[in-house]
Structure formats: C-alpha cells, structure tokens
Design a binder for this molecule. Structure first.
Ligand code: ZN
Length: 241
C-alpha cells in the first residue's frame, strides 16, 4: 500500500464530504457549473440496467479494494462533476488533496456490424423504443447490452486515466466514476448509445423511418393486388353488366 493510500484511508467520510462541498462551492464561485453525481441513499444504482452496468464493469475492474472505495467515494459525493459525451466520460473526483482529480474514460465506438445489429434489434422491438424515450431501458432490449451489438464495453474497449499520484491500472477515483456512470444511466439509458458513439436521436429516426418504409412497402403490395384484381375484372369483362 502506498503512502497516498494510507493517507486516503485516514481521511474520514465527513472530511471527504466537506472537501467535495468546498470544491463545488469554489467552482460555482468561479462561475463554473459542475454536474455532481448524487446518490441519495446507500443504493448506488436503482434500475436493472444501472445495476447490470455495475456488475459488468466489476468483472474487469476488480483490483483489490478499489471497488469498495470507489463505491464509498460516489456515495459520499466525491464525484463532483461527470459529463458523458460520445465515447468519452470526463469527471472530477474529490480526493484528499484540495484540488480534485481529473478522470477521463474513453470507450471505443461500436463497429459498423455491431451498429447494424443494434439498429436491427431496435427495429424488431419498435414498441420498446417508446419506453426508451420515456427513460426506461426495456427488458426486451436486454440483449443489446451483452449480446447483440453489446453496448457494454469489454475490458479491451475501455481506457481509463486519472491525474492522481497512485495511478496505476486503476484507482478508486476511476472506480467511483464508473459507478457514477451507472447513476447517469439510471436517469437516462440513452447514455448507453452515446458511450458507444451512437447518436440516439439518429438511431430513433432511422428505426422509425425504416419501419415506415416497410409499412409503405406492404401497402404497395396490397395496391398492386387491387390493381391486378381490377385488371382481372376487365379481362373477364366482369364490370360489364
Ligand atoms: Zn485516481
């Protein structure tokens, strides 16, 4: 255990909370609006998809005691800023020093084949998309996370970086941010798509347009048959009485 780890563990939860509050106040004072991760109780993620995100990342982020500390950090308001952009998460995590640490997480964009699979499943489950728009990740799209398209990044599809001194492969600040992402996903499951470089609005538009086109194609088939019937009637002079 490094010196800094000793130092961190000697810092009480109350101290951490106070430091985080102070950092937020200071940022606000400078006119910088931060987006802290707020966990109201002990439960970090409340939805099935947020919990699934946490379970998935715990599989490959299991570095000794980093995960429990990461959980403690996010519960106590240490993630004072967390922004999810296309394939990228930028966050500020308050630690023992007065200056918060900068964490950056990069997630690889989905390849074309996987994007197609995501689109195809969304098209098959058009009704479920309404749930998604309302902020719920539908159970019927669960395979999107792990199998079809696999929106969950694997260990090879995700890169972490932190400005803290005990940065190695992974630190508690990164762990805290990963849980923080789970909290954001709880609130807005579209972040699953954004993280993998997909524009959710474009996906929705594409899916709906594709569906409309298919419906119209069906209508054309019907019209053709009607025309054909009319022609048959003409052929047999059935319209003449
Ligand atoms: Zn760190």
């Amino acid at each position: 255990m490094s010196w800094s780890d000793d130092f961190y563990s000697s810092m009480s939860v109350d101290e951490l909370r106070e430091k985080a509050r102070k950092a937020l106040r200071e940022a606000e004072g400078k006119g910088r609006h931060l987006a802290p991760v707020i966990v109201p109780g002990r439960t970090i993620c409340r939805t099935w998809w947020g919990k699934a995100w946490c379970r998935n990342m715990e599989q490959y982020l299991d570095y000794e005691n980093r995960l429990p500390r990461g959980r403690s950090y996010v519960r106590n308001g240490a993630v004072i800023d967390l922004i999810i952009g296309e394939g990228k998460v930028s966050a500020l995590v308050q630690g023992s020093r007065s200056r918060p640490y900068e964490v950056e997480i990069r997630v690889s964009a989905l390849g074309k084949a996987k994007m197609k699979k995501v689109s195809a499943l969304c098209s098959r489950e058009l009704d479920s998309l309404e749930e998604l728009v309302k902020g719920k990740f539908p159970k019927s799209l669960e395979t999107l996370l792990t199998e079809e398209g696999a929106l969950f990044p694997t260990a090879r599809e995700i890169r972490f970086d932190c400005s803290c001194p005990d940065w190695a492969l992974m630190c508690k600040h990164v762990a805290a941010v990963m849980y923080g992402i789970g909290v954001r996903l709880d609130e807005n499951p579209f972040y699953f798509f954004i993280l993998r470089g997909m524009d959710p609005e474009a996906l929705l538009r594409h899916t709906v347009e594709d569906h409309v086109e298919k419906l119209l194609a069906h209508r054309d088939v019907k019209n053709d048959r009607i025309i054909a019937d009319a022609e048959m009637e003409k052929l047999f002079h059935l319209e003449e009485e």
